[in-house]
Ligand binder design. Structure first.
Ligand SMILES: [Zn+2]
Ligand SMILES: [Zn+2]
Length: 425
């Protein structure tokens, strides 16, 4: 056989290329890490009191990796001029905006004798902040619908086009119609996007029964930092954690539906004075474990439940399954941690009754047996673990630290983390 030198060289090159391709193929996927973000926040595009760049700047300066600005029924797009001083932020907001971004960036005019500022669009300001692997902006909208007088709000995260409130004939139908609108847009565009249900107790708008049969919904706010949203309920109304346990139990055991994961968000509107009566940033966030900082990777991880919600407690490891829920807490010196493993066992009492006031049923979550969402174990320390006994429908964990949350949702709150339920196969 007559093989020329160039022929050999070509074959060697080919072999090397194939070997390289094979080794690339065999490389492990990029290692996942935790990314910190907030999916619910407002700006002057709706009822927030600061310019979008100032809001984004706050989050980036405070170590967040991703942020979704979610204004009421609008995206930050199109030409939008507001009065320069007669707005929620007032002259002080404009002064700070000018100080940080300069007269070259800030766009002003006088229109019909009124000073105006043009709000920049997401497309304009995202380049000021985004950095690969460091900070990402995700388009969002708070779809702000209602049923009768009850405010029904859902966030759409990473949507492409504005979704107007869809309405409906019951609270559940309003939710489902809006969820469907997000999922329809996802199917149509091929862009990953997710709906999540906001602050169920705001205006006592939502009950567990309104949410329990929803299709295609995987997320709700177990914690929202806005002081008006009543996360903890009251004597008549179930708190959001109680609602979560009812949802998980009934969806998994009775309705054969997907679990619902819990998020924490700021729902910030107020960026100038900081106190527990103001809806400030920095109260609640999620930590998502993903191989890269992209909307697609974050959403895929969230859909798997590979994230937790927090107001301060940091976890370095969450092992969900197959037979154990185990955590590793990044313990701070002098701080102690109590983890409650919460779940429902098979054979629970499924009965419920309405809550009555003056003999008439109140629009609120029904009362269920304490066997739903019972404390299965309480563990102190930085490495709590719960070994499944075999009869759990799900097990989730809430970690409460001994450290008071600064500028909290409610005075006396301790820093907390909520871990997504483990649902045994
Ligand atoms: Zn809202
Ligand atoms: Zn909001």
């Amino acid at each position: 056989m007559n093989t020329s030198i160039p022929d050999i060289k070509r074959r060697v090159r080919l072999a090397l290329t194939l070997a390289l391709a094979a080794s690339t193929f065999a490389l492990p996927a990029a290692e996942s890490r935790w990314w910190k973000g907030n999916l619910h926040t407002h700006t002057l595009w709706s009822d927030g009191d600061d310019y979008p760049e100032m809001v984004v700047g706050w989050y980036k300066d405070h170590g967040y990796h991703f942020l979704s600005l979610s204004d009421h029924n609008r995206l930050q797009e199109g030409e939008y001029w507001i009065n320069a001083t007669n707005n929620r932020g007032g002259p002080a907001a404009l002064e700070r905006y000018l100080a940080r971004h300069g007269t070259q960036w800030v766009e002003r005019r006088t229109h019909q004798d009124q000073p105006q500022v043009r709000l920049k669009t997401l497309a304009e300001f995202r380049a000021l902040f985004e950095e690969p692997g460091r900070f990402l902006l995700i388009q969002g909208e708070e779809i702000s619908d209602h049923f009768e007088k009850r405010p029904l709000h859902l966030n759409a995260t990473n949507l492409r086009d504005l979704i107007p409130p869809q309405g409906g004939k019951t609270a559940a139908e309003v939710l489902q119609n809006n969820i469907n609108a997000v999922l329809d847009q996802r199917r149509r565009t091929g862009q990953p996007m997710i709906p999540h249900i906001n602050h169920p107790n705001f205006g006592w708008a939502l009950t567990a029964e309104d949410m329990v049969e929803l299709k295609g919904e995987r997320f709700f706010e177990v914690y929202n930092g806005h002081p008006g949203v009543r996360n903890y309920g009251d004597a008549t109304h179930a708190g959001t954690e109680r609602i979560w346990d009812i949802l998980l139990t009934r969806r998994l055991a009775e309705l054969r539906l997907d679990p619902i994961w819990g998020t924490a968000v700021d729902d910030a509107h107020a960026y100038h004075s900081f106190n527990p009566k103001a809806s400030n940033p920095g109260r609640g966030w999620i930590m998502v474990r993903a191989p890269e900082l992209s909307a697609a990777a974050l959403i895929a991880a969230m859909e798997r439940g590979d994230f937790y919600a927090s107001t301060g407690v940091e976890l370095t490891e969450v092992r969900r399954g197959p037979r154990e829920l185990g955590l590793e807490i990044k313990a701070e010196p002098g701080v102690t941690y109590l983890t409650r493993f919460i779940g429902t066992r098979k054979g629970y009492n499924p009965a419920s009754e309405p809550v009555l006031a003056d003999g008439r049923p109140v629009v609120t979550t029904r009362r269920y047996s304490p066997e739903i969402g019972t404390v299965l174990a309480e563990v102190r320390g930085a490495t709590p673990r719960y070994q499944l006994k075999g009869d759990e429908i799900y097990v989730r964990a809430t970690v409460v630290s001994s450290k008071l949350k600064s500028n909290p949702f409610a005075v006396g709150d301790y820093e907390t983390a909520w871990v997504q339920p483990l649902v045994p196969e």
